[in-house]
Design a binder for this molecule. Structure first.
Ligand SMILES: [Fe+2]
Length: 424
């Protein structure tokens, strides 16, 4: 009898331990909502639970409530998780908040984030990279150090996560989201989809990330500081399951978005327009055909070419990844360099392209063609990431950090709007 009682006790304790673990929040990450003083907190549990965030300036004395959706991985096991989203609205600008995510069944540890100042006249510091996996994520220790020192306002992860989130019935995705939690729980982690997210119609990407707008995080834009950031899915050009309608929808949305952002009034407020997407329009790698099949640049069947939009609406910088290397171009359009003077990055008249896909993944590095095109200004196979500073309305400073060289800067340049200086 005593033995039976003991078995029952152990059984009940184990069941309640499992239940407690299943409702414990994990994979906590932040993103901007409809404005930079609106933060969306996203996390996962493996059983149903309420979606609450306790937050405040010095202590967690406020409560925000959101909701969850059940996400079922399409693999054999049909693993299920609840993805919770809570939006913290009307936050004070330029203010540090502390928060805990979860429910009364269990909250996370306490994290903090800082909202950007109001208006446009403040510098922004951003870490940018693509192609980071759970294995060989060489840039991660440096990024963790930088984030713990408060060096960035947000991160742009330019596609290709985990390698791949759907693998092992979604466990690789869970592992990756927990791996980046020290970054993403402390600052907005803004994203775009890459080819490694294509499984099950991009469902892991669309469910796990909460980007602004209502397009499953596939394409969207946001304003921060003196810049307008535009995230696009280059993958709509490469995966036919999207269909032509999505290519057309994104094209029209991008044209309208860039047109609005480049109106004289908006341009005065936010002179910089930055576009980011996964597959580059220009690269000089030799590993596959991707540097010669540039559908986003030239369009499909002569339609929906994106490069003319970048030129027409004065996009300043186009950020890409996909190639596991770093490459900076001279300002260029249609393969031709612009403003080849002694100061090519001052009022260039065409976008500068940066490929930064060297954060590290199981596929290793991508080699370069022996002879780069004349538009290629600098390239490196070192693992690393990009530090991107918009100092003000006229000056952007970009640095490439090498993980191979223990965090040394291997490339840098200033992009300057000299003419604007006399009109501000
Ligand atoms: Fe890729």
């Amino acid at each position: 009898m005593k033995l039976l009682f003991l078995f029952l006790l152990v059984g009940v304790s184990w069941a309640s331990y499992v239940k407690m673990k299943e409702v414990q929040p994990e994979q906590i990450h932040l993103s901007f909502g409809d404005a930079t003083n609106e933060i969306v907190v996203t996390w996962s549990t493996f059983a149903q639970a309420k979606s609450k965030v306790l937050y405040g300036v010095h202590q967690t004395n406020k409560v925000a409530v959101g909701g969850s959706t059940v996400f079922v991985d399409s693999g054999k096991e049909k693993r299920k998780q609840w993805i919770h989203k809570v939006t913290l609205k009307d936050l004070a600008h330029d203010t540090k908040y502390v928060y805990k995510a979860g429910s009364d069944s269990g909250y996370s540890e306490q994290f903090s984030f800082k909202t950007p100042p109001a208006g446009e006249d403040y510098p922004l510091r951003i870490a940018i990279y693509g192609d980071m996996g759970v294995n060989n994520s060489m840039a991660l220790p440096f990024l963790k150090r930088d984030v713990s020192l408060g060096l960035y306002d947000f991160i742009l992860h330019v596609g290709d996560f985990a390698y791949d989130m759907y693998e092992e019935n979604g466990r690789v995705g869970d592992h990756f989201m927990n791996m980046i939690q020290p970054l993403a729980a402390n600052l907005p982690y803004m994203t775009c989809p890459g080819n490694h997210e294509s499984a099950y119609n991009f469902s892991h990407y669309s469910h796990r990330f909460s980007m602004p707008g209502a397009r499953s995080s596939l394409f969207y834009s946001f304003d921060a500081g003196a810049a307008h950031f535009v995230s696009i899915s280059t993958e709509v050009y490469y995966f036919t399951q999207y269909g032509l309608k999505l290519i057309s929808d994104q094209y029209q949305w991008l044209r309208d978005d860039l047109k609005r952002a480049s109106s004289p009034e908006n341009r005065r407020k936010r002179p910089w327009i930055i576009v980011f997407g996964h597959r580059p329009m220009y690269c000089s790698n030799s590993d596959d055909i991707d540097c010669s099949v540039e559908y986003t640049r030239v369009g499909l069947y002569g339609f929906y070419a994106l490069e003319p939009l970048l030129k027409e609406y004065g996009v300043d910088i186009a950020l890409w990844a996909h190639e596991h290397s770093y490459e900076r171009t001279w300002p260029l359009y249609d393969g031709q360099m612009y403003n080849g003077t002694t100061h090519p990055y001052t009022d260039p008249g065409a976008p500068v392209h940066i490929v930064t896909g060297s954060a590290g993944c199981r596929e290793g590095r991508d080699k370069f063609k022996h002879k780069p095109a004349p538009w290629s200004a600098f390239r490196s196979q070192d693992y690393g990431y990009t530090k991107f500073h918009t100092f003000n309305k006229t000056h952007i400073y970009v640095e490439q950090v090498s993980a191979d060289l223990n965090g040394s800067v291997i490339d840098s340049f200033w992009l300057i709007k000299n003419k604007l200086r006399f009109t501000l």
